[in-house]
Design a binder for this molecule. Structure first.
Ligand SMILES: [Zn+2]
Length: 474
């Protein structure tokens, strides 16, 4: 594949997290007994009229703002006509002429470099139902529960040049959608799906070849594998002097190869017409300004700021940015903390696994707990217990540490007394030390740690063991 570069553009379909469907009041939740969440509107009965869901518009506009797009202030819907058994109207309500968002960009980091990927358009549309193929009797069943669930389609520019960039882009879009509560983006439940366009460009030519679209990829690792397989296939065709045909393909997870589904449809095939049953929508400036205020700083921007200000590594920042609540919480905690690195590792290693983004104590408590550990007043084991206890009892960190004996024991007198007891409890090791086997000191230090229930400062304990036997020998 020397001399060839892949050119990749991605269309991401994201189901919006609304309570009801895009054009009727049926539940938009995932699952449910088949065909229990439908009505004449989403079943496409003659004469049934759609009613636009305001929350779907808000989430789609929020997605546009959060990805740096210009929001269309006046838009309408179009009918995209095609026959599919899971779309009983015979057309999908979508947006061709006036997508709700245009000309945005998101920044990704891949292979150690930052890069902006353009977003050409974001359009609001509806999902189709689900076909269930039953191999046991050869029947295909249809579940219309998903039919009419609101979607946005996010269309990137053909800006990615490797599978790693494509994966970073999908992950960034997923982060943004989750961060703002636009979608739960569960790829395994189909609430985020990717169509990937791949073509091959000769290095230095600047002109991409014919592209193929790989439909409905539902995991990040398959995205990477599908791109690599398709790139290899197209390079093979070109090297043999053949021509790549524009077509729609699918990724076969078992063979690891892409295979042909059908010729690629063009816009002409869909006979788009204006959707006349839904009036034009006008968004006023104050509506969009409000969304801008709500969006605030994007997760990518916060991650950069945390790196510069507190030295937070990208993988940690990425974990913390899994939700806006967590990111806000972390910022408040880090702002009041002496050692943000300690705070970061406690957040990622203990708080998020334990509580997700519903931490039951205020951020100031977490800062203080991190400071107690950073200053050596509690040990690494004790600080984890401390966080659990704060969560269970609501006690502040100082009170919780005090009450539960978690403060590190640094008092030399007390530690000296423990050393004496440890030596009495373990006469064999004590005798070994006295006979010059210095290795046996570790057993006595271990005894001190046990007697103090892990609270003794291990460095002081070791020094006091040395001192004890030195005096002993005099
Ligand atoms: Zn319905």
């Amino acid at each position: 594949m020397e001399g060839f570069i892949p050119v990749i553009g991605i269309e991401i379909h994201v189901e919006l997290k609304t309570g009801s469907k895009a054009f009727c009041s049926c539940s938009a939740g995932y699952g449910g007994e088949p065909n229990t969440r439908c009505c004449p509107v989403c079943l496409g009965m003659p004469g049934a009229l759609p009613m636009l869901n305001g929350e779907a518009v808000r989430l789609a506009a929020l997605a546009a703002v959060a990805t740096g797009c210009t929001v269309e202030k006046r838009f309408h819907f179009d009918r995209k006509n095609y026959f599919y058994p899971d779309l009983p109207k015979g057309y999908q309500i979508s947006q061709r002429d006036t997508p709700i968002g245009r000309d945005g960009a998101v920044r990704i980091t891949a292979d150690g470099a930052e890069k902006d990927i353009r977003i050409e358009r974001i359009q609001l549309e509806e999902d189709a139902g689900k076909l269930i193929h039953r191999p046991e009797d050869g029947l295909t069943l249809i579940d219309f529960n998903r039919c009419g669930v609101p979607l946005i389609e996010i269309v990137s520019g053909p800006d990615m040049r490797s599978a790693a960039e494509a994966v970073a882009y999908v992950a960034e879009i997923r982060r943004i959608m989750r961060f703002y509560g636009i979608s739960d983006c569960k790829m395994n439940e189909g609430s985020l799906r990717c169509d990937v366009n791949v073509s091959v460009m000769r290095e230095g030519s600047g002109v991409p070849g014919t592209r193929c679209e790989i439909k409905n990829i539902n995991s990040l690792s398959f995205t990477a594998k599908a791109i690599e397989a398709e790139f290899e296939r197209q390079c093979g065709i070109i090297s043999r002097g053949g021509t790549v045909i524009m077509e729609t393909r699918r990724f076969n997870e078992d063979t690891g190869k892409t295979e042909r589904m059908r010729d690629k449809e063009t816009a002409l095939d869909y006979r788009f017409i204006r959707e006349a049953d839904i009036p034009d929508v006008t968004l006023d400036d104050s509506y969009i300004d409000e969304l801008r205020r709500e969006t605030g700083r994007t997760p990518a921007r916060r991650m950069r700021e945390w790196r510069d200000r507190w030295g937070v590594r990208e993988d940690d920042a990425s974990l913390i940015c899994f939700s806006r609540e967590m990111a806000d919480y972390f910022e408040r905690a880090a702002g009041g903390c002496a050692d943000p690195r300690v705070l970061t590792s406690l957040t990622v290693g203990t708080v998020i696994p334990e509580y997700g983004d519903a931490t039951p104590f205020p951020p100031e408590y977490l800062s203080r707990a991190a400071d107690l550990f950073a200053s050596g007043k509690v040990t690494s084991t004790a600080v984890k217990k401390l966080i659990k206890i704060m969560g269970d009892t609501g006690l502040d960190p100082d009170a919780a540490a005090e009450k539960n004996g978690l403060l590190t024991l640094t008092d030399r007198e007390e530690i000296r007394a423990l050393v004496r007891r440890a030596a009495e409890n373990d006469p064999r090791s004590a005798a070994d030390v006295r006979r010059g086997k210095t290795k046996a000191k570790a057993a006595i230090v271990g005894g001190v740690m046990r007697l103090s229930r892990g609270a003794a400062d291990p460095r002081i304990a070791a020094e006091e063991v040395d001192a004890f036997f030195a005096e002993d020998g005099d």
